[in-house]
Design a protein around this ligand. Sequence first.
Ligand SMILES: *Cc1c(COP(=O)(O)O)cnc(C)c1O
Length: 344
Amino acid sequence: MSKDIDWSNLGFGYIQTDKRFVANYKNGAWDEGALVDDANITMNECACVLQYAQTCFEGLKAYTTEDGKIVTFRPDLNAARMADTCKRLEMPVFPEDKWVDAIVKTIEANIDYVPPYGSGATLYIRPYMFGINPVIGVKPAEEYQFRVFTTPVGPYFKGGAKPITIRVSDYDRAAPRGTGNIKAGLNYAMSLFQIVEAHNQGYAENMYLDPATRTKVEETGGANFIFVTKDGTLVTPKSDSILPSITRRSLMVVAEKYLGMKVEHREVQFSELKDFAECGLCGTAAVISPVGKIVDPRDGKHDEIAFPSGMEEMGPYTKKLYDTLTGIQMGRIEAPEGWIKVIA
Ligand SMILES: *Cc1c(COP(=O)(O)O)cnc(C)c1O
C-alpha cells in the first residue's frame, strides 16, 4: 500500500522512511549488513568522520514506470564510483555486487514510499560511508559504517523547468590533482559558503572554473555542465577535477544513439561559452536544469552571457535530451542494455 503522502506537493527534503541498511567494517572485514529501524547513529565524540571528515556518499533514485514497475537507474555505476571514492579516501570498498544488493533491499523495504508514476516525485536513495572509531592522530579510521537510506522527493521543478541564472564563482571547487573527481563530503562542505553567497546575490548556482588557469569550465557544486552548439553538437567539459556524473555520461549516449547528435567530451574554454546555443546543468536530482544566463561578477563588470534559448523555456536540444532520458527512466522509451534495474 502506497503511503498517504501528497506526492505532487513534496519538496526536496528529508522524510524519514521505515528501514535503512547498515553494514559495519571491523577487524579488516565487512559484516553482512542488515535493515534496521533506527534512523539515528550513535558514535564516539572522537569518531574520524567528526574530526577529519572521512566520509563519502552517492545519490540515485527509484521510479515507478509507466507500466507500474519499480526500477532504479544504473546503480552499478554508483557502486563503481563509490569504490573509486573510497580508494582515494583510504576507506574500505564495500563490494560492488553487495552494494547493489543493499540498494535493492533498501528500496524493497521502503517500497510504499516509491511515488506513483506521473506524480513527478521519486524515491531518492542515499548510500554513504564514514570512519566511525575514535581517531585523534591524523590517520584513516579502522572501523567504518556503510549505510543506505531513502527519502521521497518531489519534482525538482514545480510547474516545469524555468531556465536559471548562475554566476562564475570567485572561489575554486577542487584543486588540480585534488578530490574534485570523487564524491566526498568535504567537496560539499567547502562549497557551502559560495552557494549561500550566490543565493544572497540572486544566483541559482556557481560555475567553477579550472583552479589552475581559470580559463576552462569545470562544473557547479553538484552538477556537470552540458552545452549545445548552434549546429546541434553536445559538448561536455572534460577535466580530472570534475565529478564524473552518471546523468552526463547517460546524456552523451542518449544524444549520440537516440538523437543522432554529435558528442564532444573535451576541455571547454570559458571564452567560447558565448558561442553556444544552449546550456544546462545535469545530475540525478533534476536530470537537467536549463541555464539561461551566466553572469561573471568577478571584476565588478558583471559581464553576461545570455544563451539564445532565453529565460522562458529549455532550449530545443536540451528538451529532447531531457524528454528522452526521463522517458528511458520512466519506462516510456526502451533503455539501452543494463541501464534499468527492476526491483519489483
Ligand atoms: C553527484 C554530483 C554530480 C552529479 O552526478 P550524477 O551521477 O549525475 O548524479 C555532479 N557533480 C558533483 C560535484 C556531484 O557531487
